[in-house]
Design a protein around this ligand. Sequence first.
Ligand code: NAD
Length: 520
Amino acid sequence: HFQPAAAATVPVDYPMTHEKIENPPNTKWFVNNEFVESKTSQWIDLHDPATNNLVTRVPQSTDAELKAAVDAAAAAFPAWRATSLLARQQIMFKFVALIRQHWDRLAASITLEQGKTFGDAKGDVLRGLQVAETACGITTQLTGEVLEVSKDMETRSYREPLGVVAAICPFNFPAMIPLWCLPVATITGNTIVLKPSERDPGACMILAELAKEAGFPAGVVNIVHGSAKTVDFIIDEPRIKAISFVGSDKAGQYIYTRGSEKGKRVQANLGAKNHAAIMPDANRNHAINAIVGAAFGAAGQRCMALSTLVMVGETKEWLPEIAKRAAELNVNGGFEEGADLGPVISPQAREKIEKLIQSGVDEGATLLLDGRGYRPAKYPNGNFVGPTILSNVTTEMECYKEEIFGPVLVCLNVDTLEDAIELINRNKYGNGVAVFTQSGATAGRFQKDIEAGQVGINVPIPVPLATSFSFTGNKASIAGNANYFYGRHGLQFYTQLKTVTSHWRAEDAVATRAKTEMPT
Ligand code: NAD
């Protein structure tokens, strides 16, 4: 078992094992810098995906609790907005240091509640931490513009906070996605009500504790829980000015449409079906390892998972090697040393994945590697699916059209680069895409003609670094306006632009007659 790096100073309240927890405590909610036991009568049981043992019960926050969270955020806003940027920056520096210090503890909560391997969970934390680290540079990022219009007139632009904002997060990145929102929203002067996924809120609760310790004043960060009822409250509450959402198409379209109707600013990242095209001139070894890692890592439960392989020309002959390396992956409980992928989130998710695999078989695909029914010896009750490969898939098949969100790679064959580009562009989604080639000309052509918003060239999961860029999904992978998360666009999302035009002229002090014409 892994030992937390800073064991001497950091208490680990998540066991680094999948052993059954006796009388697990309920998850609390967080308001005004206090952890509070919910008064709800509706609880959502949260199970360890590796064992299906109960880990905690998550409350469906009551109406009074939801209102209290917004009351706290609204009350904290004026003072937080008036807090100097330098003071907010100091808090963010401390928050970053604390996340680093509690890195293992955050990762352990993710492995326990979400199922991904401990090493992968550390990556989940790191990708969020990088957003917080970048937010520390706010003093140069939030500068406005000044235009000297004439000798005595100038226009300046400012970026002002919106007020209370909300975030609604998915289960697959329990630390990263809350951290796509919290640091950017708060450093720009907003206060936030955050709803983690009801399936794994543990990492978020640790982040709340660290936010308090870092010095965020009471009410700036608040955590509520639940599912659709909480989401409806957020949409309907007039004091919430903006909603950040990441998750499935169904919930995202609903939140985007209803939230926009209510006049809120909404950013919404949705589902995906990410393709990789491999060209015969690719570096075979690199391409195969990259594809296997990105298809099956995190049990395929990444919005940037490489779920669809488009094999150009003779690269279809590489399939046996791809299947061999996929079969060698170690499927196990996420705390086990050497585990490459853990279980999927729930028995229902496993059932859906297995159904989609069967639909591929029924529709004529070849089942090259079948991970259904795989159970690691130590975890007979977990929601495991082993790496699965379906080849000879066509675009009409259900397994191609649906987002499987499991460790399943579907493979299609085409003859040329043009065919690959055409096939990929016909797909409704446009989150990520990759091409494997050693030709600059091929890569250039692919990069220009492909419609997906995040392109990897010999890079399987091309998630742009939060230190410098935004997350730029396209087409059906993002709803409505291009309100991207983090980076420059994230700052824009959480701020309102204001321009001030001023006119100071010595002559105005002495003129005695008004002018009525528009200035020309
Ligand atoms: P989900 O839509 O089930 O849940 C996301 C959030 O919405 C949760 O907080 C949940 O409580 C809420 N929710 C769920 N159903 C709802 C409903 N009917 N009405 C209102 N709210 C509802 O998504 P998930 O299963 O947690 O996450 C997986 C999905 O997220 C995948 O489709 C994946 O591609 C997508 N995702 C996308 C990105 C991206 O950046 N494009 C990143 C991560 C995940």
